[in-house]
Design a protein around this ligand. Structure first.
Ligand code: FES
Length: 97
């Protein structure tokens, strides 16, 4: 258990007035990608699928899109703010080329 979570749990349990408590755990600000292909400027994958409903489907992997699970470009702002290198999963139909 991380130190900050341990502190939060300790703070909640030390109040001791209720048998049930809520512990809120938030991700810290910073890079979302801790270790995958960090030598690349942006991690983006392209997968060709024969029968996509649209010629190109772009899926979010940064967890910040307002249209999740689809990418809306929010990863650009995240990358600039944090120095991270996340990018979408782009699936293309062979007919899109
Ligand atoms: S908005 Fe999340 S990868 Fe583009």
């Amino acid at each position: 258990m991380a130190a900050s979570l341990r502190s939060a749990v300790s703070a909640v349990t030390s109040r001791g007035t209720s048998r049930f408590s809520t512990v809120v755990v938030r991700a810290s600000a910073g890079q979302i990608n801790p270790s995958i292909r960090k030598n690349e400027e942006k991690v983006a994958d392209f997968v060709k699928v024969e029968n996509l409903p649209t010629p190109k489907a772009v899926y979010c992997r940064c967890w910040r899109s307002g249209k999740f699970p689809m990418c809306d470009g929010a990863h650009v702002k995240h990358n600039k703010e944090t120095g991270d290198n996340v990018g979408p999963l782009v699936i293309e139909s062979p007919a899109a080329k």
